[in-house]
Design a protein around this ligand. Structure first.
Ligand code: GTP
Ligand code: ZN
Length: 374
């Protein structure tokens, strides 16, 4: 897998390439360890706000310089902080900043109880591009999109001295917007309630990220539109039978229809919470209990409405030999993305199941704000 994107110089096939370095960086951020993102000599130390320990914060403050807390413009909007750099805002860290202060900016859990966080001073200039990459990395690590950042004059030396993962920004930037190629690992027969002719395929990405699954029902011909569903993981709905959404009934309804027709493919994409991960989805649920709708909750957390990468679904279909689908969905964004990535949507098959008293408002919000078809 070592390509042209090696970070180290020379013939060092045993050294990690940029994709592998980024996988390490994600793990580091999740644990609360800093990573260094660099552009030439200069760079930035980046630590995930959510996992920051008091000792590490004290050590960052002791280094001097001008540490900031980088957040998304979405989160800044709630905090009434100025996003001087488009989608990014940087809040100056006070000299006596505590982890509680950082958490209060990063995490909206207590926004309503303690709305006054300020005065917040927003920074301009500095290494905005590197800070933006830090936020992207935090999002892809499925932690809150908020990172403590300190610009470093000699990034390489700092990373070496503290044995921190060192990320070359120029190599990382294009990788972070690409969907990692998926490779089939194994497939086996699994008879399921909906059909005895079920087969589960496991696909693994190259970037150390989540595996995705395809459930093939029967033997759908590759030269005709296949009845297909792109289902994003929903632990609460799929497994627990949550009444807050319609995911469980949609999952079972789609499989049942494929079983009845004798053929189909359901892609089970591990994009929990529309791509923000289960922990952040539970944060969103907690905000929903405070009165915010599903879209507002995502924004207050610093995320976009939908952080999923639907290219993954299209890639999987192509890998399995499908070129055209009868797509079970109510979401026009899925149809648009299929078409964009070269999969023909021969027909949209509506999937209307599982409306409950608890999810009525959620479904209405999706129709109103995310363009879902009723
Ligand atoms: N962030 C967030 N995610 C949610 C919420 N409720 C459900 N989800 C997630 O939303 C996703 C639902 O995905 P899909 O079943 O593909 O639904 P969809 O995009 O509405 O499209 P169709 O069902 O195809 O019409 C799953 O990943 C759920 O975990 C919520 O309130 N907040
Ligand atoms: Zn759900």
């Amino acid at each position: 897998m070592l390509g042209d994107n090696k970070q180290a110089e020379g013939p060092v096939s045993l050294s990690p390439d940029i994709v592998e370095v980024l996988a390490r960086a994600r793990a580091d951020l999740r644990m609360g360890l800093g990573v260094v993102i660099a552009e030439g000599q200069a760079g930035a130390l980046v630590l995930g706000a959510e996992a920051l320990s008091p000792q590490r914060l004290a050590d960052v403050l002791a280094l001097g310089g001008a540490p900031v807390l980088a957040i998304t413009a979405r989160r800044a909007e709630t905090l009434k902080a100025r996003p001087y750099d488009g989608d990014l805002a940087r809040i100056v860290l006070p000299k006596d900043a505590t982890v509680a202060w950082v958490a209060a900016i990063a995490d909206p859990a207590d926004d309503l109880r303690s709305p006054m966080k300020g005065p917040l001073v927003a920074a301009r200039g500095g290494q905005a591009g590197l800070h933006r990459l830090g936020l992207k990395l935090a999002k892809s690590a499925r932690i809150l999109p908020a990172v403590v950042v300190l610009d470093l004059p000699d990034a390489r030396a700092f990373a070496d001295e503290h044995r921190l993962t060192w990320v070359d920004a120029a190599l990382a930037a294009p990788v972070l917007v690409e969907a990692s190629p998926l490779h089939p690992v194994v497939a086996a027969r699994v008879p399921i309630e909906a059909s005895e002719a079920g087969r589960v395929h496991v696909f693994r990405p190259e970037d150390g990220g989540e595996e995705h699954y395809a459930i093939e029902i029967g033997k759908p011909p590759r030269d005709a539109p296949v009845l297909a569903r792109l289902h994003s993981a929903c632990f609460t709905g799929d497994v627990l039978g949550s009444l807050k959404c319609d995911c469980g009934p949609q999952l079972r309804g789609a499989l049942a229809q494929m079983g009845a027709e004798g053929a189909g493919v359901l892609l089970y994409l591990n994009q929990e919470g529309r791509g923000i991960g289960l922990a952040n989805k539970m944060r969103a649920y907690s905000l929903q209990d405070q009165g915010f709708d599903t879209v507002e909750a995502n924004h207050r957390l610093g995320f976009e409405d939908d952080e999923r990468d639907f290219r993954i679904g299209a890639d999987l279909l192509k890998r399995m030999g499908f070129r055209s689908v009868r797509l079970l969905t109510n979401n026009p964004a899925k149809i648009a993305m299929m078409e964009k990535t070269g999969i023909t949507v021969a027909e949209r098959v509506p999937l209307k199941v599982g409306e409950t008293l608890h999810n009525r408002a959620y479904l209405a919000t999706k129709a109103k704000k995310s363009g879902h078809l009723l």
